[in-house]
Design a protein around this ligand. Sequence first.
Ligand SMILES: [Zn+2]
Length: 124
Amino acid sequence: MHELSIAYSIVETVSEAAQNADAAKVNKIFLKIGKLSGVVKDALLFSFVIGAQGSFVEGATLEIEELPVIVHCQNCDKNVELESVYIFRCPDCNELTPEIIQGKEMEIVSLEIEDKAKHESANT
Ligand SMILES: [Zn+2]
């Protein structure tokens, strides 16, 4: 399952970033995944729970935003959103649209962390 290796790399990247930012813990991780990235959202959510076990980000929530596929239609000279990831044709004019503008993304957008100072004052 390749989502598991993605999950581990997210855990690694986020742990490092959060610790560099002096975080006490990570609450949320915001991700963007394009529909052409080949990543299955549910599989990634499941894998993340496994991958995060015993790590710095254990207990953090993954917030995944799925990005639709956007291609450029040369005939219409505009960017259009595809209904299906299997048919690369402009929905307006039916021309082939091989130029992909968006949809292959797989990126960590931002983190919601609790910093140590705040955490300590909350406990005292
Ligand atoms: Zn078109």
